[in-house]
Design a protein around this ligand. Structure first.
Ligand code: GDP
Length: 287
């Protein structure tokens, strides 16, 4: 991701999304299945207002499937349709269209009542950087050439991609910023790689990932790093055992925390620790 968000930039991105919104009937909002809360734009609900929308939880192949089900239920309980996809392996893509069309049933009924000739439903994709917008669009339309701009502010002629005869999709997604100033959110975005690495301390991020695993997925740590199954009280103990096991050591057999941390983060991001969710609907969050 190479977007630097600053107020002027955010303003511009929002205006751009708002102008695209005028052209569409339904919004397809992407959120990372591992961090659905942290990977949403804080203002999106205000921006899209009453327009029909669907939440698509992306990168579901990397998330804990049980937790992903909990998230979908959580959104459905609020009257929001949510589906999950794995664009990497082209799984679940077909349900997006069904879900989006379903959300526009009232609109279509209104057209009928008013005697308006039915047309294809117009949709657009919105999401924060790195959430998987271009991958999803490419996989969905079935070719590698969908050109997707990663920067807000570039104006191109708006084009529509045909998604069968019932739906047209705007070819460029709307890009909005995450709530990155919130430390709870920042930590999670960083763990998934949605924030530039230069901005963070990988050791802190590794601690965070290990902390989540310690609480919910200790067996994944044991397995991945071949650790002995013994009681460990703190994340530091896990961290040090991982470092030792992997030979991330400095002179005098001291743990090389930097190296060990970088390794944990890299392996988590690559899905090598297994399917891990970093956020749950019932997490306590302080506003
Ligand atoms: P965008 O900035 O929202 O357009 O995000 P991209 O589509 O460029 O994706 C960001 C990164 O996530 C890329 O490295 C993709 O390969 C990866 N990615 C996207 N979708 C998936 C998915 O479903 N599964 C996995 N494992 N990785 C994905």
């Amino acid at each position: 991701m190479d977007i630097q968000w600053y107020p002027g930039h955010m303003d511009k991105a929002q205006k751009e999304v708002q102008s695209k919104l005028k052209q569409v009937d339904v919004v397809i909002e992407l959120a990372d299945a591992r961090i659905p809360r942290s990977s949403r734009n804080p203002l999106l609900e205000t921006i899209i207002q009453d327009k029909p929308s669907v939440i698509v939880l992306t990168k579901a192949d990397l998330a804990d499937p049980k937790v992903t089900e909990e998230w979908k239920q959580y959104y459905r309980d609020q009257g929001i349709e949510a589906v999950d996809v794995d664009s990497k392996h082209k799984k679940g893509l077909h349900v997006i269209k069904e879900a989006a069309l379903q959300q526009t049933e009232r609109l279509q009924a209104r057209w009928k009542r008013k005697g308006i000739k039915p047309r294809a439903i117009r949709a657009m994709i919105i999401g924060i950087p790195n959430v998987g917008k271009s991958t999803l669009i490419n996989q969905w339309i079935g070719k590698k050439t969908a050109k997707i701009g990663d920067r807000p502010g570039i104006t191109k002629n708006q084009q529509w991609l045909k998604m069968g005869k019932e739906m047209d999709l705007l070819d460029t997604p709307g890009i909005l910023w995450p709530k990155f100033e919130d430390p709870y959110v920042g930590e999670r975005l960083a763990a998934t790689g949605a924030i530039k690495d230069e901005l963070l301390d990988l050791q802190d991020i590794a601690y965070f990932i290990i902390g989540i695993c310690q609480e919910y997925y200790p067996e994944k740590l044991l397995q991945r790093f071949g650790l002995e199954d013994k009681p460990r009280e703190t994340s530091l103990e896990w961290f040090e055992d991982i470092g030792r096991k992997r030979g991330a050591l400095l002179a005098g057999a001291e743990i090389d925390y930097e190296k060990a941390g970088e390794m944990v983060v890299r392996e988590f991001r690559g899905g090598l620790l297994g399917r891990i969710s970093l956020e749950r609907p019932d997490d306590e969050i302080s506003e």
